[in-house]
Design a binder for this molecule. Structure first.
Ligand code: H79
Length: 448
């Protein structure tokens, strides 16, 4: 009964936060923002009643927990990251020559989907267009026909990708950056309004194509809603008019989950980059996105891969604080996800095969996480503790006072553990031989 109450409290908390977010939520969210610097500048955005999803339509996404991000485009050829055009000051004419060379020999979206599934991922988000402007689909709105249909590849990659996701039972996500370095107006929207208007026209046309022509899309992941690389996405709302843009999106895709980077308040919040996740449970939907290759999102020659352990610790640190994790891979110019990345993902999938019950469909808590040591999730009458083995990890784990009686305690899919519970909390003894090298899951069963 108690447990149900806790769950109800959770749900109603998130409902009230969500409802406030839709109507007037900026003040509440500002204080949350202060409590978590990772969201600095992220929790804002214009809003309008009815444009964000109600909590019940976010449940599938919050249950899914783990997705694959794919950065793949012309920038795979120079292999120095998706910012190459800008960083190396390559002119649009020069950069466009890459489109003549982009003829992937091994693109196979089913293979990507199979890799994601084997890793335990439940959805994918593929970059349809990054800041360089190249569209990975048949895009009539593309400025100067800069798309994969009308250049050497002659392929609609988004068509194949969306079909492959659906066939594999994965959520279908599309990343779209409305900004475009090819337009001088991007860098000076007030000084060059006509040129900037062409960029905006392209963005509206392309978002419509993506929402209209590829069946049901589950996630729209905007990026680069800022202008001239300055300020926040919300600061640029005067230019992009994201309420208008997303009203159009909702016309085609009423249930699509939209991130906050169009400048409109998001259905979830975004925390980007590989920094360790710390702090309390957050009561709103959020997502950590990061690349498993530390040197970039797009394919790069230089590789600085995360370890299986760091990926899994990141995953539980996120999930135990109420978030999802979107882990990026960058396929090579031929469309192949590098074998070393696949090997890592396969190992992540093996851990999830064994420990997935503590991740999918759960909600964070009831215990607040202890940074770099443990966190918890719950579902039905089970509480899952993710013990992160680190220097601080101990074979004696102490959990705070808990009102419900714990009936049993064991390692998930492993042996029973000795434990005691009193008014000071719960003490659990773990044989260090039982510890998983990355994350050990302990399951507590509560009395009914
Ligand atoms: O698509 C990935 C990034 O390219 C994109 N978001 C993820 C998902 C992104 N766009 N802008 N930013 C991230 C923030 C910009 C960071 C910058 Fe830099 C730091 C721009 C200039 C300095 C990183 C380093 C990029 C270029 C140099």
């Amino acid at each position: 009964m108690r447990f149900k109450l806790i769950i109800i409290t959770f749900i109603s908390l998130s409902i009230s936060l969500h409802t406030q977010a839709q109507q007037m939520g900026k003040e509440e969210l500002k204080s949350m923002e202060k409590s978590n610097s990772a969201f600095k500048g992220g929790i804002n955005g214009v809003s309008q009643p009815g444009l964000n999803l109600p909590p019940e339509k976010m449940q599938w996404w919050q249950n899914a927990k783990f997705g694959m991000f794919i950065h793949w485009g012309l920038y795979a050829i120079p292999a120095s990251g998706e910012w190459t055009m800008f960083n190396k000051k390559i002119s649009p004419e020069e950069y466009a020559k890459l489109a003549d060379q982009f003829k992937p020999r091994s693109f196979n979206a089913d293979r990507w989907a199979a890799i994601a599934k084997a890793a335990g991922m439940k959805y994918m988000v593929m970059v349809a267009k990054h800041h360089d402007g190249f569209a990975m689909w048949n895009s009539p709105s593309s400025y100067h026909h800069f798309n994969s249909m009308e250049t050497a590849a002659h392929t609609d990659f988004i068509a194949q990708y969306t079909e492959a996701c659906r066939k594999a039972g994965l959520g279908v996500g599309i990343y779209y950056s409305p900004m475009d370095w090819r337009f001088p107006g991007y860098f000076d929207p007030k000084g060059l309004p006509e040129n900037a208007a062409l960029m905006k026209q392209q963005a509206y046309g392309q978002v419509e194509e993506l929402m209209k022509n590829y069946g049901k899309i589950d996630i729209l992941w905007y990026d680069g809603g800022w202008l001239a690389h300055k300020g926040t996405d919300a600061d640029a709302a005067w230019f992009w008019e994201p309420l208008k843009l997303n009203a159009m999106v909702r016309k085609y895709q009423p249930d699509i989950v939209i991130n906050p980077r169009s400048g409109m308040f998001g259905d979830f919040q975004v925390n980007e980059g590989g920094a360790e996740v710390k702090g309390p449970i957050l009561e709103f939907p959020w997502e950590k996105c990061l690349s498993l290759n530390g040197t970039g999102w797009g394919f790069t020659k230089a590789q600085n891969l995360m370890s299986v352990k760091s990926i899994l610790q990141m995953l539980v640190n996120v999930v135990d604080r109420g978030g999802n994790m979107l882990l990026n891979v960058g396929p090579d110019p031929d469309g192949i996800i590098p074998p070393a990345h696949v090997a890592l993902l396969t190992d992540v999938g093996k851990w999830l095969d064994k420990n997935g019950k503590s991740i999918y469909g759960t909600r964070a808590g009831p215990f607040e996480p202890v940074d770099s040591l443990y966190g918890s999730t719950h579902k039905d009458n089970k509480i899952y503790i993710h013990l992160i083995k680190s220097d601080k990890a101990t074979t004696e784990l102490h959990l705070p006072k808990y009102d419900r009686q714990i009936r049993s305690c064991r390692i998930l899919k492993g042996q029973n553990l000795k434990f005691s519970q009193d008014k000071n909390g719960i003490d659990i003894s773990i044989d260090s031989k039982e510890l998983d090298p990355a994350v050990t899951t302990i399951v507590l069963t509560c009395a009914d």
